[in-house]
Design a protein around this ligand. Structure first.
Ligand code: SAH
Length: 350
């Protein structure tokens, strides 16, 4: 049995499912989920992320987090956490860059939030010296000071999608016809969760809602507001969701999201406004959403690239890829979370 067969049987028995339910199964089903069954990153994988492009990304983020830790009086111990750590590359670069920050390595208790057994074992190899603790969800992180980085984590969470009509919203669904998965739409009804979107949308517009994002952000922001710490959320997206941004990627190419469920990466743009609102509601301060290119330039990526270029000629291309507005520099955004009484993470401003 394949995930497609199982979904078809389920839809036949109980009716169409939401796009979010579909994405959830495709990505993290314990038997067939895309992330659960493979390592999608790097050579021979489906997509490449910033830390896999260059060590500079993690080094600069490590130093920014360590500076934030020093600014808040170097609390010890503290939780150093990453949800969705992929192959552990970003965290390895963070830990290497901060090795000589006095007190930081000894005070850090490394926690990784990961659903994928395949990626957990890859993280275990990369980070073996740092004795990581794995947890299944952000709610299982210890209560206490927390420094956290999430790169391309929130874009992997399922979204619901709604098309505005004249009297309400129709939800995009996944249905089945003759054993094939097809796109469907629910009846047009009022959506209280989208009440705030009536003024800035018109009939025909598409809006996405990530049901898990605010809850997960609240887990992070509550700890930071109460015990100190900071978080960096780095992802592709923008301020306030508008339009269909759900995409499937297989072998570095766009694919049909309904074809061969579980075999392609499915993502949606991150709605930073929704994250900011959840963080503020939990009592934390939120920085301005800043383009990744601007953030990395402020942290000194040009100097670092010049230094590395003496030993690695490929570094100029990586620098461009991470920061140029036509590459990742503008599409990817960075937002910081910190306690209201503390200063923002370097490179960001409120
Ligand atoms: N941050 C890494 C990997 C990004 S890919 C990098 O920048 O290279 C997304 C990561 O999130 C993977 O590690 C995936 O297994 C994990 N993931 C996806 N959905 C998750 C969920 N619901 N809970 C925890 N981890 C999840």
């Amino acid at each position: 049995m394949s995930l497609r067969d199982r979904l078809v049987a389920r839809i036949r028995a109980a009716g169409p499912i939401t796009l979010a339910e579909y994405m959830r199964d495709c990505l993290t089903d314990p038997d067939f989920g895309y992330y659960v069954t493979r390592d999608p990153l790097g050579r021979g994988g489906d997509f490449v992320t910033a830390p896999e492009i260059s060590q500079m990304f993690g080094e600069l983020i490590g130093l920014a987090l360590a500076q934030s830790w020093l600014d808040q009086g170097a609390p010890a111990p503290f939780t150093l956490a990453e949800p969705g750590p992929g192959r552990g590359t970003l965290m390895a670069d963070i830990l290497r860059a901060t090795r000589r920050v006095p007190g930081f390595p000894d005070a850090a208790r490394l926690h990784l939030v990961e659903v994928s057994p395949a990626l957990r074992s890859s993280q275990a190899q990369t980070l073996s010296e740092h004795a990581p603790t794995w947890v299944d969800s952000l709610s299982a992180l210890p209560d206490g000071p927390l420094w956290l980085v999430a790169n391309e984590f929130f874009d992997a969470l399922p979204v619901r999608q709604f098309v505005r009509g004249h009297t309400g919203w129709s939800e995009r669904l996944v249905a089945e016809t003759d054993g094939e998965l097809v796109q469907g739409f629910g009846a047009e009804v009022a959506q209280p969760a989208l009440a705030g979107r009536l003024e800035d949308t018109k009939p025909g517009d598409v809006v996405e809602l990530c049901p898990e994002a605010p809850t997960l952000m609240a887990e992070i922001a509550t700890r930071i507001a109460r015990h100190g710490g900071a978080a960096l959320v780095i992802d592709y997206g923008g301020w306030r969701s508008l339009g269909d941004t759900v995409q499937a990627v297989r072998a570095h190419k766009r694919a049909d999201i309904l074809a061969d469920p579980g075999s392609a990466d499915l993502t949606a743009h991150v709605d930073f406004e929704a994250l900011a609102r959840a963080a503020r509601a939990a009592g934390a301060a939120v920085t301005r959403m800043t383009p990744q290119g601007v953030f990395l330039e402020r942290l000194g990526i040009t100097d670092r690239a010049r230094m590395l270029a003496q030993v690695d000629p490929k570094v100029a291309a990586a620098h461009r890829r991470l920061t140029h507005p036509e590459e990742m520099g503008n599409l990817f955004k960075v937002m910081g979370i910190h306690p209201p009484e503390a200063s923002p993470v370097p490179g960001l401003a409120t």
